[in-house]
Design a protein around this ligand. Structure first.
Ligand code: CA
Length: 245
């Protein structure tokens, strides 16, 4: 009986760090996938508008963006007032409040303009016309609008995967980094706009980085891979069971 109770406690521990209403889906199954391999009408062209993306790169003032080896390399550090960002044409009709929405990016941050050393770097904004969630990935932290800093962590040591999801009919957002939940059921910011942006979003960012892919899909989905935190809890539960024997 004692073993049963402990096993149940271990399972409850796993459930506590997962999202009950959001089911897992690997981003390889998302309906919209931009792998940064080839520019074209249905892809992301770094500096030109396509049927999928509106591109904003301050090339006149020296910012750059290009595809290289399957990555989008962007750099707007030449002037802290410059911005490189991309706005989805198709997302507003897809990521409605009724449907929910999930976005995932694999990105590495390299640097920010000196004047913005402690400022923001790379952003994702997903809005459904009711609310929007704004994720800011900085060199050493991850923040969510309204919730503040979710975690302090190095985002320059390699590529990391960031996911933001909003369940169907919900105004609550959850965020994962490398498959680990770092912010759950957070309130979005009220807005009248349906939108999806990513990149070095607005005035004063001035960052340099590399994007492996950007993917999104209708519906709210958690990462398909087991969360390390869950595995640790499960391991602790099993260890407790073994010690009781
Ligand atoms: Ca890629």
């Amino acid at each position: 009986m004692r073993t049963l109770i402990l096993a149940s406690a271990a399972l409850l521990g796993v459930a506590a760090v997962s999202q009950a209403a959001i089911t897992p889906l690997d981003s390889s199954s998302f309906s919209k996938k931009f792998e940064m391999t080839t520019a074209g009408p249905s892809e992301l062209d770094p500096t030109a508008n396509t049927s999928e993306w509106t591109a904003h790169v301050d090339t006149v003032y020296g910012a750059t963006a290009s595809l290289s080896g399957g990555y989008l390399e962007y750099d707007s550090t030449v002037n802290a007032a410059l911005s490189d960002y991309w706005k989805s044409v198709t997302a507003p009709a897809l990521l409605t409040n009724a449907a929910g929405g999930t976005v995932e990016v694999r990105v590495r941050l390299d640097s920010v303009a000196a004047v913005n050393e402690a400022n923001k770097a790379f952003g994702i904004v997903m809005g459904d016309g009711t609310t929007y969630g704004a994720l800011t990935i900085s060199l050493d932290s991850v923040a969510f609008a309204g919730a503040g800093t979710l975690t302090s962590v190095d985002n320059t040591d390699g590529y990391h995967v960031f996911r933001m999801a909003r369940d169907a009919g919900s105004s609550k957002y959850s965020v994962w980094r490398d498959g680990v939940l770092i912010g759950g059921d957070m309130d979005g910011v009220s807005t009248g706009s349906s939108m999806l942006y990513f990149g070095d979003g607005s005035g004063g960012y001035g960052s340099k980085g590399s994007v492996d892919y950007f993917r999104f899909t209708a519906g709210g989905y958690s990462p398909a891979v087991p969360e390390p935190a869950s595995l640790s809890l499960l391991a602790l539960g099993l260890l407790a069971i073994r010690r009781r024997k």
